[in-house]
Design a protein around this ligand. Structure first.
Ligand code: ADP
Length: 301
């Protein structure tokens, strides 16, 4: 099974013709509530893409929290390690400026700031992967990684949002590091403008931080796998991208399911690039995450 420890948010998506000025009230389009948060997105992706998933994190007991918990359960995800917090549920207010096409986003971490790693070794035992991101406290992620390693469970980290100062111990506890180009630049302190620079920057993380496997997501260009012995570029498939939200979370969920079920890294990345590409063809975070059959159909097409 796949373990996910991370953030869970309600996204309040607000379509606007322009941003309001201070003191002004304007009409928005129809406001949509959609479950999100990188942790919850990755959990939903792993579940839809064939994994048996357990999610741990922290959510409020407000109406958003009740909806977020029910949503994970509808996806067949085990939420017994999702704790109730007295703080409000994590909430992202997303202003979609329909005139400029640019989004403005405000995230209130709320309960996510209180998330702690499950302390019970039984939660980790026997799992095929622990997935982590950085929308919950770094100390908690490190704690979860330590528990997983002591149970022999491999650890995957999507280092998003990018933090320049990650504890060395966290990077060294990670088996699979999944930065995008921006996160790779931040972590390595090196430019990632060309393919050669990306290879260089990834190589420096392997050498300096003892990271075993790096998979850099390259947007429409697919993904690059690199470790101490080998490197491989797997191109994406051409799609008409309308909204890339949750593409990275879907990629991570797909990769962990494929690796945990025994596929080789090149096979797992092929599954993940198709999953990530399909997530770009639909709007929203979780509504855009594809199911296993859709990915398999696309792969054999
Ligand atoms: P993030 O969303 O974390 O920034 P990326 O934008 O690199 O990550 O997207 C993750 C994965 O989704 C990519 O590795 C790729 O497989 C797929 N993907 C993203 N954008 C596109 C696109 N425009 N066309 C096809 N595949 C895409």
């Amino acid at each position: 099974s796949i373990l996910v420890f991370g953030s869970i948010n309600m996204d309040v998506v607000t379509p606007l013709q322009r941003l309001p000025r201070p003191g002004e009230t304007i009409h928005a389009g129809d406001i949509m509530l959609a479950p999100g948060g990188k942790g919850a997105n990755a959990a939903v992706a792993a579940a839809r893409l064939g994994g048996k998933v357990r999610f741990a994190g922290s959510v409020g007991t407000d109406s958003f929290g009740l909806q977020l918990r029910a949503n994970l359960e509808r996806e067949g995800i085990d939420t017994r390690a999702l704790r109730d917090s007295t703080k409000s549920s994590g909430t992202a207010v997303i202003l979609l400026n329909q005139a400029s096409g640019q989004n403005s986003i405000m995230v209130g971490p709320g309960a996510n700031a209180e998330a702690t790693a499950p302390a019970d070794p039984a939660w980790y035992a026997g799992a095929g992967m622990l997935m982590l991101q950085l929308e919950t406290p770094v100390e908690a992620a490190l704690d979860a990684a330590r528990h997983a390693r002591s149970q022999g469970v491999p650890v995957m980290l999507d280092p998003a949002p990018a933090l320049p100062e990650l504890p060395r111990e966290l990077l060294s506890a990670v088996d699979y590091l999944l930065p995008n180009e921006t996160e790779l630049a931040t972590l390595s302190g090196q430019p990632t403008d060309s393919f050669e620079q990306i290879v260089q920057a990834a190589r420096s993380l392997v050498q300096n931080y003892d990271v075993r496997e790096i998979v850099v997501t390259l947007g429409a260009k697919g993904a690059l796998w690199l470790n101490a012995e080998t490197s491989l570029h797997v191109p994406s498939i051409p799609v008409k991208a309308v909204d890339t939200t949750a593409a990275g979370d879907t990629f991570a969920g797909a990769l962990s399911v494929a690796l945990a079920s025994g596929h080789s890294m090149p096979e797992a990345i092929r599954y993940a690039v198709v999953g990530g590409a399909l997530a770009c063809t639909r709007r929203g975070a979780q509504p855009s995450i594809p199911y296993r059959v859709e990915v398999l159909e696309k792969m054999s097409a």
